[in-house]
Design a protein around this ligand. Structure first.
Ligand code: ATP
Length: 361
């Protein structure tokens, strides 16, 4: 069983706490994406799993076996780096077989067979005699992946493996990597700071901020039920809109509008005195007439056409710069300066405690 367990893992560099008490169980065969802003501790977490960095506190286990004290080579784990880290003087075949020759007593023929198989899977069988310098970035990335695959490890670790590729190739490799991971069914931890990559690739996503785990869940869970304001703002593009509000009786009141709460939502708000109302751009309806207490008169500031939809930046008065964004689908056209009504239906809003950032509903 290649279940990977991080148990209260902490990493300190002098007085910097890079990773702070992270616990997560990664199931056998699961594709877990570790995501978060720059400096949140993603690479350090991966490097501790690989054994390239020591652990200050906590434990990492593969199945029931603790990895602490095991050197990188003794761990049944293969890592793919952003930089590919290929040997320039070796051919593609040598790059892929080198690790196997070093760490196993497989025969030359067996190694040859494994390399051929991985190369076919990655569609690089025509390139085996070339040197890395004679390959495109995308091809080099496949070789780096091939080198990990031939080892048939229990766990793949990938640190932003697609970030040096252009957007089109990245999208293509994204689906290919998923296919390969599904075929091989190898437990994978994949680091990225790109939330689109996280949302499209992961069975589950683990979101880190400041070294602390914020939430672990399926892409749909973290999108629809963010545990806190950080996750809500990090996942989704354009980002969720936030409004600071004061709780007054059965409504919440902000600088620009007051929002009445149903009994159920009011109950969820509890004792909080200040809350943050969050609403995703695609959950804001833009209508022509206010008919509901959740409808607000606004003015179009900027329209950003996105092809099949528009990002419409809105403000509450013509003098103000836009304060929030709505994504409006279809061919509906609105013009800057045009008054429109924005509808924040109660089903779609999120409410966070302003003090703690925790989701209240
Ligand atoms: P990025 O997306 O920019 O690569 P990251 O999420 O991978 O960032 P880490 O590289 O894990 O973040 O770094 C986490 C924190 O630990 C940062 O504050 C970083 O400066 C610090 N850090 C990392 N390595 C060291 C080191 N060897 N010595 C001191 N501090 C370090």
């Amino acid at each position: 069983m290649a279940e990977l367990t991080l148990d209260s893992v902490t990493k300190r560099f002098d007085d910097v706490v890079a990773v702070d008490g992270v616990s997560v169980d990664i199931e056998d065969g699961e594709f877990l994406v570790l995501v978060g802003p720059s400096g949140c501790g993603k690479s350090t977490t991966l490097r501790m799993i690989a054994g390239l960095e020591s652990i200050s506190e906590g434990d990492i286990r593969l199945g029931t076996t603790s990895l602490s004290g095991k050197r990188p080579k003794e761990r049944d784990i293969a890592m793919v780096f952003q930089s590919y880290a290929l040997y320039p003087h070796m051919s593609v075949r040598q790059n892929m077989s080198f690790g196997l020759e070093e760490s196993t007593d497989l025969s030359k023929d067996a190694i040859r067979g494994q390399v051929d198989e991985a190369a076919a899977m990655l569609d690089i069988d025509e390139l085996l005699e070339r040197k890395p310098g004679e390959l495109s970035g995308g091809q080099q990335q496949r070789v780096a992946l091939g080198r990990a695959i031939v080892r048939e490890p229990e766990v793949f670790l990938m640190d932003e493996p697609l970030s040096n590729l252009d957007a089109k190739l990245r999208a293509q490799m994204r689906t290919e990597l998923q296919r390969i991971q599904e075929d091989l069914d190898t437990t994978t931890v994949y680091v990225t700071h790109d939330q689109t990559e996280a949302m499209t690739m992961g069975d589950r996503i683990a979101i880190l901020d400041g070294g602390q785990l914020q939430q672990v869940g399926t892409p749909l869970e973290v999108y629809h039920k963010p545990a806190n304001r950080f996750v809500a703002g990090f996942i989704g593009e354009p980002s969720m809109n936030f409004f600071e509000m004061e709780v007054q009786g059965d409504r919440i009141v902000g600088d620009d509008f007051a929002y009445p709460l149903s009994d159920e939502t009011r109950e969820a708000v509890g004792d909080a005195s200040h809350v943050t109302l969050g609403i995703r751009p695609e959950d804001i309806e833009v209508v022509s007439e206010a008919t509901d207490s959740h409808d607000f008169e606004t003015v179009v500031d900027v329209v950003e056409p996105m092809g099949n939809e528009n990002n419409v930046y809105l403000s509450f008065s013509p003098e103000e710069e836009h304060s929030f964004v709505a994504t409006v689908g279809g061919m509906r056209s609105v013009e800057p300066g045009q008054p429109v009504v924005a509808r924040f239906s109660e089903d779609a809003i999120h409410i966070f405690d302003s003090e703690t950032g925790m989701a209240l509903r």
